[in-house]
Design a binder for this molecule. Structure first.
Ligand code: HEM
Length: 550
């Protein structure tokens, strides 16, 4: 038996054993409802207090008033615990700023490359004088810049900000994390340069040459070590579910990257299997847990109410951990791989409904009666949008893995629409929201022009809406045309043309939203705008920090 099949079978057996251990722990009552763990994100007396540092002064008051109508406002929060939070935020501020600044740079570069690639699909003669300008290279530059440059940097920044808060412990050895970040970004820059000049490992999501990948791997290790040290030396007893999601995700991505990039180990069909084992796991075991973990923190924190069911959130975590490992095989349906491998992957893809439904029920319960708070909280809008899109993209993904549906959608633009529903509408929107929440605490400055946050939200939401609908309809028609023996292949290409043009319209709005976001971030970092004493601001004196620095 070759190594790829062996590792898949091993992962399957492990997930089944894990499932039985999980059932056993349920029977033993090890997962009884745990309100103390659900409240760990609040200081004593803080439940009932809303919190959105991105909200302007008036919005903040309306947010609290609207929340108070539906629940108790709680008493004053424990000053000592708030002070601990201020210290935790301080410990991670510099690395977090560094990661987010890198993330924004790659977001602009990556989405510009995405837009140019998109236009090329309906204007194929545009910008093709140089090899690096051709579709094949620019598409890959886009992918590497947005997935590794934007999402990975933003996720790392967010994890480093969240963990000290959740563990009530200052980040250990922040310099190591910065060194790790520098190595990762050197790797990304070198990788993009290599891809543009035609040097690539040639596997989707793993295009960065392995020699450069070493930088990224060492970078991850330098981040994982201080995170683990901080975790072990934490001051809290209960590990909030966000800690489970984010720390596990950090370990998973490091391991995935190590296995996926090992040179000379996988060849032929095995290589394709490993490629998609990596390709889908990077979405499911890195982007997804980080974003789900973020929603589990920010959403309850903003509305001032603990998550509805802590146990359901843990169930979501473990089922994600058990079932995700084999999902990638559904990319190989119809390929020259053993039938059992794709069937196993289809079954596991359907099982993914469990964590998604667990998450959605939990969030609906937590938000019950408080949906309207999104009117006043910019961060909440992004989080709610992202959460809803998690449900949609995961259910769509499970259905796409069915052989009947896959027969139509595989090799069409439909899949690209799905990829953006997950990577953009879900993950990227959640990360936008997280950046809006974190930065006032990190930079000690409010967002200078709060209206720009709303402009950003609507440009991005409408842009991805157009993008997704256009490619879903166009991709489906393309698939149907390809399956029809009476029609020529060129017909299946021509039918997509108007939809590809609409995708460029959606992409232009998305890029415009990113420019607004990056401009606003720059204005904030350069201390533009009025200095207000609203929710967002850490005041200069220590006492006021406690008052405002929630
Ligand atoms: C943070 C923002 C974005 C993320 C995370 C993202 C993610 C992705 C992913 C995962 C793929 C691979 C899809 C697949 O192979 O199935 C992809 C491809 C692509 N994306 Fe994006 N994307 C983003 C923004 C954009 C924007 C603004 C545009 C502009 C139109 C765009 C245009 C494209 C194009 C043209 C492709 C290649 C599709 C193909 O090969 O047919 N993306 N992107």
């Amino acid at each position: 038996m070759d190594s790829a099949i062996l590792s898949l079978a091993g992962a399957f057996v492990l997930s089944i054993i894990g499932l039985f251990v999980f059932i056993w722990s349920l029977r033993k009552g090890l997962l009884v409802e745990n309100p103390a763990a659900a409240s760990v994100i609040f200081a004593r007396g803080e439940i009932g207090h809303t919190d959105d540092p991105a909200a302007a002064d008036g919005e903040r008051r309306s947010l609290q008033a609207a929340a108070s109508e539906h629940g108790s406002a709680g008493h004053g929060a424990d000053a000592g615990e708030l002070q601990d939070r201020v210290a935790a935020d301080r410990s991670s501020a510099f690395p977090v700023f560094m990661f987010i600044a890198f993330a924004l740079f790659w977001l602009i570069l990556g989405s510009a490359a995405g837009l140019v690639s998109s236009i090329k699909l309906h204007e194929p003669d545009w910008l093709n004088q140089q090899a690096w300008m051709t579709f094949g290279r620019l598409r890959t530059v886009h992918l590497t810049a947005v997935l590794y440059g934007w999402i990975t940097n933003a996720a790392l920044g967010m994890i480093l900000w969240l963990l000290p808060r959740l563990l009530r412990t200052p980040l250990h050895a922040p310099v190591w994390t910065m060194l790790g970040g520098a190595l990762i970004n050197t790797g990304i820059a070198a990788g993009i340069g290599a891809i543009a000049s035609g040097w690539s490992d040639g596997m989707e999501y793993l295009e960065i040459p392995w020699q450069i990948g070493i930088f990224i791997l060492v970078g991850f290790v330098l981040i994982v070590l201080p995170v683990l040290y901080t975790l072990v030396n934490r001051k809290v007893e209960h590990l909030y579910v966000t800690v489970w999601y984010t720390v596990a995700a950090l370990l998973w991505i490091s391991l995935l990257f190590l296995v996926g990039k090992m040179p000379g180990v996988h060849t032929g069909v095995q290589q394709a299997t490993t490629n998609w084992w990596y390709g889908h796991n990077v979405l499911g075991l890195w982007f997804t847990p980080v974003s789900v973990g973020a929603i589990y923190y920010f959403l309850p924190k903003i509305i001032g109410r603990p998550v509805r069911s802590y146990n359901l959130s843990i169930l979501g975590f473990w089922t994600l951990a058990f079932f995700y490992g084999q999902v990638g095989g559904h990319h190989l349906i119809g390929g020259p791989v053993p039938g059992w491998l794709t069937t196993l992957s289809i079954v596991q893809s359907m099982m993914m409904v469990i964590p998604v439904v667990a998450f959605s029920i939990n969030m609906a319960g937590t938000m019950k009666g408080r949906m309207h708070l999104a009117r006043y909280s910019p961060t909440l809008r992004f989080m709610m949008f992202g959460g809803a899109m998690y449900f949609l993209s995961s259910i769509q993904g499970s259905l796409e893995s069915l052989r009947s549906m896959n027969a139509v959608t595989h090799f069409t633009h439909y899949t690209v629409g799905h990829a953006h529903l997950g990577a953009y509408a879900f993950v990227t929107m959640v990360l936008f929201g997280a950046v809006y929440f974190m930065m006032p605490r990190v930079l000690n400055w409010e967002w200078p022009f709060p209206r720009l946050i709303t402009v950003h939200f609507w440009l991005a939401a409408v842009g991805i809406g157009i993008y997704f609908v256009a490619l879903t309809v166009g991709g489906w028609l393309q698939g149907v045309a390809m399956l029809d023996p009476a029609r020529t292949f060129m017909e299946s290409v021509a039918v997509t043309l108007p939809y590809l043009q609409w995708r460029s319209v959606g992409g232009t709005l998305m890029l415009a939203s990113h420019l607004v976001f990056a401009g606003h971030f720059l204005a904030m970092a350069l201390r533009f705008g009025p200095q207000r004493t609203g929710a967002a601001l850490f005041a200069h004196s220590r006492e006021l920090e406690v008052v405002y620095g929630k």
